[in-house]
Design a protein around this ligand. Structure first.
Ligand SMILES: [Zn+2]
Length: 364
């Protein structure tokens, strides 16, 4: 299979436009047209991980954290990132990262954390904004189904757990073709009225070009009339963090100990316990401080994340319990997420989960 096939599939599930502005997710080294037969999945790319990839004959490393975050002006082997790059290119190993785009999707990093701690009724904690576009177009009656299906096939019409969502209403279109036109119905130079359907659906912003191209291909008119209207709606299935509920409320210390055990944490740092049971729980793999106020606003009793600072614990006050698992610990199951995503489409592709514990933090 081509490297391109894996990359394309990963980006269909976790589209690059969903990554944060500071991020560098995507293909970092490698030629998309090269053949590939196996990949190594890791949280971080280190020299040790590269050695493992070489040993296991993997032509690709798929990581959560991008190897390169900022511009590199020379590659001399001065630091670990440069040494990894040199080694990867020498051994023809492609490096790919699915980072904040994988954090953002339902079924990504945070869904896995919810699954590991047994949360139900999970939803995105802070849904993405400005990611949805309403498409309105006008189609002659007997072509409406064909156009509708083409739009759906290109990715339009998904709302939460539903797909193929659209609305159509009957009306009359008018047009007059100029001298150079070639109208599908009517004759040029004469005003024509046609029974049409006004067809409306919703499109994720990053698929707009693909959907419009499908519209133009499936629509019989020479000039296709359509409106693209940016929406203020939350994108309920994409965004930061997740929130869900325990089946039955859990006692604070007992539950934190259970999390500690499931995530193999040496310790959990937490804010003052509030002597009330946990029912609603927010989670965010990695650095989640930016979601504390959102977790409080959504009524979470506990927020599980990492990298909280001293003053974050004051912000929590008596409103929520913060639990810091450690960055690596909170995201460790991301390897499973990536594996499941790839095997769903390519069940026979050889995937290895890295045996290297790349956590750079140690505890005494
Ligand atoms: Zn991270």
């Amino acid at each position: 299979m081509l490297l391109h096939d894996i990359v394309e599939h990963l980006e269909t599930i976790a589209p690059l436009p969903y990554q944060e502005s500071y991020d560098n997710a995507g293909l970092i080294t490698g030629d998309r047209t090269s053949e590939i037969s196996s990949a190594l999945i890791t949280l971080d790319v280190t020299e040790e991980v590269l050695d493992e990839a070489i040993l296991k004959k993997c032509g690709m490393i798929i990581s959560h954290h991008p190897l390169i975050f900022k511009a590199i002006k020379r590659i001399t082997g001065y630091n670990e990132v440069e040494r990894c790059l040199i080694k990867a290119i020498k051994h023809d190993i492609a490096i790919y990262a699915a980072h904040t785009n994988l954090d953002s999707i339902t079924g990504g990093v945070n869904s896995k954390i919810c699954e590991k701690i047994g949360l139900e009724n999970c939803r995105i904690l802070s849904p993405a904004k400005n990611q949805l576009i309403k498409l309105i177009t006008y189609v002659p009656e007997d072509h409406t189904e064909k156009v509708r299906e083409a739009l759906f096939s290109a990715g339009a019409g998904v709302i939460g757990k539903y797909d193929k969502c659209s609305f159509s209403s009957k009306g009359t279109g008018t047009f007059r073709g100029s001298e150079g036109s070639n109208p599908f119905v009517g004759t040029k130079g004469n005003l024509h009225t046609e029974a049409e359907f006004r067809l409306e659906t919703i499109v994720p912003r990053h698929l707009t070009a693909k959907v419009i191209s499908a519209l133009n291909r499936s629509h019989p008119y020479e000039e296709v009339a359509y409106d693209l209207v940016p929406l203020e709606n939350d994108f309920s299935t994409v965004g930061a963090g997740m929130i869900g509920e325990l089946h039955s409320p859990a006692e604070e210390i007992g539950f934190l100990n259970l999390v500690k055990e499931r995530f193999g944490c040496q310790m959990i740092k937490h804010s003052v316990l509030l002597s009330r049971k946990f029912k609603k729980i927010a989670v965010c793999g990695g650095s989640g401080s930016f979601l504390i106020s959102k977790a409080i606003a959504e009524g979470a009793d506990l927020f599980i994340s990492a990298d909280f600072k001293y003053h974050d614990y004051f912000e929590a006050g008596k409103r929520i319990v913060l639990a810091d698992l450690g960055h690596y610990e909170s995201e460790q199951f991301t390897k499973e997420v990536l594996k499941e995503i790839i095997l769903k489409k390519f069940p026979t592709f050889a995937l290895h989960l890295s045996d290297v514990k790349t956590n750079p933090v140690s505890y005494l």
